[in-house]
Design a binder for this molecule. Sequence first.
Ligand code: PRT
Ligand code: ZN
Length: 226
Amino acid sequence: VDTNSKRLTIAIQKSGRLSKESLKLLEACGVKFNLHEARLLAHSSNQPIDLLRVRDDDIPGLVMDGVVDLGLVGENVLEEVRLEREATSLKAEFKKLRALEFGQCRLSLAVPKEENYQGVQDLQGKRIATTYPYLLQDYLKKQNVAASTAILTGSVEVAPRAGLADAVCDLVSTGATLEANGLVEKEVIFTSQAQLIQRPQQLNSAKQAMIDQLLPRLDGVQMARE
Ligand code: PRT
Ligand code: ZN
């Protein structure tokens, strides 16, 4: 990465729940893009801004390592990566610029509905399926509960029925997925929405000027939406 570059680089999710809203928000702030579906990088057609479209899981690390200047990502992924990088002594700093008011969800513990669950202590010695082992263990540690994890990057909600785990720690928005799988939400361990983050290092004046122009626009867009 050319840190002297005057072009601002922004990472967003390529395809998924945050993609459309992320693009829409940038466009509402006056940044236009002509996207080619297959391409990783897109140049703005009206500003010196480049868009990097990647898996959401890669966005926090790209920002923390200073590979990109800004990133739009769910707080759940951001905090998971931060905890993981802290545990492995990788750079884990970033600047939080704005909460973006989309991508709202919660990370919750859920158990099979036939379980007579009384409280988080009941998970002592159990196995919990999750995509977020660091957020889960961080929570369990604070609750003084020792439980093991089954790490799955998909289909977490079928793990108990498949005999892989006793409980799940999964993202929930409407709760329909838990319900369809015979699971009942018991504890909310983290609440999340999309965040705009910046790399920790100081930016050159051209880039900083662009951010100084972008943020008031973003505030205006969000204000108008309320
Ligand atoms: O390919 P890539 O790695 O980029 O995408 P991904 O598959 O990891 O992520 P994606 O697109 O599914 O989600 C991106 C982000 O959207 C998440 O990290 C959250 O910050 C946010 N988000 C908001 C959600 C949900 N709502 C959500 N409901 N992410 C996932 N879900 C799942 C949930 O786990 C459940 O399985 O959607 C399913 C439906 O939820 P219910 O409760 O409405 O049934
Ligand atoms: Zn992902």
